[in-house]
Design a protein around this ligand. Structure first.
Ligand SMILES: N[C@@H](CCC(=O)N[C@@H](CS)C(=O)NCC(=O)O)C(=O)O
Length: 208
């Protein structure tokens, strides 16, 4: 049964297209043009009350009944549970996946997202404070990730939904003004992931 994927071609959208492709789940994309306000339409708000993509509707949810899911982290966990892929069954192995997924959701997304916002402002006086604050924090987060990836091949050991979540934002490193060669372990991880056909399909999927 085909999952309906409400999407736009942004980092949070790409996390889910990569997961759907890697898990080999059939899906159809419903583009939600967030540039012209489609995320506020009542039909979409019934699925995604925070008026943001991504969201999914799975016609074959728990007990065979349809279910909708919003928030990219919840979607990744749902899809991991549904398929048994990229989400370990053992609690001990699952904990680092949860840790790094929450790390992404709480920081490695909100912070570089602010860099995107302030970098786009025209007036230098408006940009200066925000860019410094959020660029410093973004670089700190890349440092945390780099040190983690010096110890493990993927963030939680085996490849997991946490890697897909983080990759969605690392994909935008140029836009938040990060040179990946400064973070060699992140660069190695990034190149390894982008060599995977499923990841390539996830980034090539037409979301808008
Ligand atoms: N915490 C949310 C963030 C989603 C998010 O920020 N989506 C953006 C696109 S990347 C959006 O839909 N923005 C539209 C809006 O804010 O009106 C998630 O991870 O799903």
């Amino acid at each position: 049964m085909t999952i309906t994927f409400y999407a736009w071609g942004t980092p949070n959208g790409r996390k889910v297209s990569v997961a759907l492709e890697e898990m080999e789940l059939p899906y159809t994309v419903v583009p939600v043009n967030i540039g012209n306000g489609e995320q506020f339409q009542p039909a979409f708000l019934r699925i995604s009350p925070n008026n943001k993509i991504p969201a999914i509707v799975d016609p074959q949810g728990p007990d065979g009944q349809p279910i909708s899911v919003f928030e990219s982290g919840a979607i990744l966990l749902y899809l991991g549970e549904k398929t048994g892929k990229f989400l370990p069954a053992s609690l001990r192995e699952r904990v680092p996946v949860l840790e790094w997924l929450m790390w992404q959701m709480g920081g490695f997304g909100p912070m570089p997202g602010q860099v995107h916002h302030f970098a786009a402002l025209e007036a230098e006086a408006d940009r200066r404070y925000g860019l410094k604050r959020f660029s410093d924090e973004t670089h700190r987060l890349y440092g945390v990730l780099d040190r983690r990836l010096a110890q493990t091949e993927f963030v939680a050991g085996e490849l997991s939904v946490a890697d897909f979540a983080i990759l969605g934002w690392a994909w935008r490193h140029e836009r938040h003004k990060v040179d990946l060669t400064t973070y060699p372990n992140v660069l190695r991880w990034y190149d390894t992931l982008f060599a995977r056909p499923g990841v390539q399909r996830g980034f090539a999927a037409k979301l808008d």
